[in-house]
Design a protein around this ligand. Structure first.
Ligand SMILES: [Zn+2]
Ligand SMILES: [Zn+2]
Length: 219
């Protein structure tokens, strides 16, 4: 089952939620789109429901699974989740996005700055810069998603409903994929040069390395 098949199947969940013979398909689809922690079970009325095995939470709808998957409590549980006794620590934003199967769009507009011991991120689209976890929340969040959708799709200036946003997100993901590998990595001297001088955290991180140069991109 590929991602678009999984998305399509999940879209039909309300229609098939009593079809027990489809439970394996929905299980595979949920794992494909939302991560291995998701399972599908039957409730007492023989209706299928999604189950987050990390948080022990039951979700009756795809939308609530989707919302739960991006919630702070779930992400926190995922970060501290210890499969086979080994602490899961994300290496970088790419690792975090891959591990959580987040459907983030516009990732090609994210830059990663790396100097030894520190990772820092900038979203060129939104002029937002932050550390890994905050950047994760940013790229899966509403503001960034809406901005990218409005850049890619002619959808007017009205405020999007949740359903419209998720439909357009799915449309864009189907069109261009999830561009995790397009997160531009900037290392070493170039990373230091690109770091804004007014970024206090970054000043700390580079003060032993001669300070930032004048060529940083405008925020
Ligand atoms: Zn969870
Ligand atoms: Zn952004």
């Amino acid at each position: 089952m590929n991602k678009s098949q999984a998305i399509e199947l999940l879209g039909s969940f309300q229609h098939f939620c009593y079809r027990k013979n489809k439970i394996d398909d929905f299980r595979r689809a949920a794992k494909t789109i939302y991560g291995q922690e998701w399972d599908v079970e039957l409730d007492s009325g023989q209706r299928m429901q999604f189950f987050c095995t990390i948080c022990n939470k039951i979700m009756n709808h795809v939308k609530s699974m989707c919302d739960h998957n991006r919630s702070g409590s779930h992400l926190k549980n995922i970060c501290t989740y210890k499969p086979r006794g080994v602490a899961r620590k994300y290496l970088n934003l790419r690792d975090m996005l891959e591990s959580t199967n987040a459907k983030a769009i516009g990732l090609q507009m994210v830059e990663e700055f790396y100097v030894p011991g520190k990772l820092y991120y900038k979203c060129i689209l939104c002029g937002y810069h932050e550390k890994m976890e905050a950047m994760y929340n940013h790229v899966v969040g509403t503001e960034h998603t809406d901005k990218y959708i409005k850049m890619r799709v002619d959808c007017g200036t009205h405020i999007m409903s949740l359903k419209q946003r998720e439909d357009l997100r799915t449309f864009i993901v189907n069109e261009e994929g999830i561009r995790i590998t397009d997160i531009r990595q900037i290392l070493g001297k170039s990373a230091r040069r690109s770091i804004p001088a007014n970024e206090l955290l970054l000043k700390d991180m580079i003060k032993t390395n001669g300070g930032p140069g004048p060529h940083g991109p405008a925020l």
